[in-house]
Design a protein around this ligand. Structure first.
Ligand SMILES: [Zn+2]
Length: 238
């Protein structure tokens, strides 16, 4: 056993830790959660618009109802005057009847408008209620997903802590210059800095080394650091 065999162990733990970190960042629930949060934001905007519309419709309905009440009292006043016997001149009576007819006609059309406004307001209130129901569903879904993400990440964190502890143990015997080179290569070569040499093949780039190169490496002392001439990774001989 040389420091390079320990280095290979360090590499294995680093690779495992990298995988765990990647898994932590790409938990399926994280994607679902982000989609849920986007949906919730869109829904809240739509809801604010509907609430606004419903408020406007309610104000419009009240205004029409107010107009109708004024008209009602005008009609009653006129009727009271008409049937009180105070007015006896036929031309005046005729004029009052004509005015009464016009008021009643206006009242009928206002009543229609009030009914229409009530219908529109009911529809808007219904839409607001639907959106609010959907919002609480999405809120609940978001909460479930956040809990699932936290649980998944906690599991991964435990596993990661195990890998890092084992890595620290394996790294104890590695000299500083070897460790530095290892880190530089790892940063440059997609996380793989040390690879086993198996049957004349580099475990990093998976290319077969020329036979002369394999023969040369075989003659190098075991404690000499050797590297793949194709991918530059540290080669660990069996
Ligand atoms: Zn290689």
């Amino acid at each position: 056993m040389t420091v390079f065999h320990d280095l290979l162990k360090v590499q294995e733990h680093d690779t495992a830790a990298d995988r765990l970190r990647h898994r932590r960042q790409t938990l399926p629930e994280l994607g679902e959660l982000s989609a849920t949060e986007d949906g919730l934001a869109r829904l809240k905007a739509a809801l604010a618009e509907e609430v606004n519309g419903a408020g406007e419709a309610a104000r419009g309905q009240r205004r029409l109802e107010g107009e109708l009440a004024i008209l009602e009292s005008k009609v009653s006043e006129l009727d009271a005057k008409l049937y009180s016997g105070v007015v006896t001149v036929p031309r005046e009576l005729q004029a009052m009847q004509t005015e009464g007819d016009a008021l009643r006609e206006r009242r009928a059309s206002l009543e229609d408008e009030v009914l229409e406004a009530m219908g529109a307001r009911d529809a808007l209130d219904g839409q607001v209620a639907d959106l609010e129901r959907r919002r609480s569903e999405l809120d609940a879904q978001g909460e479930r997903l956040r809990a699932a993400v936290a649980e998944g990440q906690a599991d991964i964190d435990r596993e990661l802590a195990g890998e890092l502890a084992a890595r620290a143990l394996a790294a104890e015997s590695i000299p500083a210059d070897v460790a530095d080179l290892y880190e530089q290569l790892r940063a440059r070569l997609s996380g793989i800095a040390a690879a086993p040499l198996t049957n004349g093949r580099c475990g990093g780039c998976h290319l077969a080394l020329p036979a002369t190169e394999v023969a040369r490496l075989r003659k190098e002392p075991a404690e000499t650091l050797v590297r793949c001439e194709q991918c530059e990774r540290i080669l660990v001989r069996p």
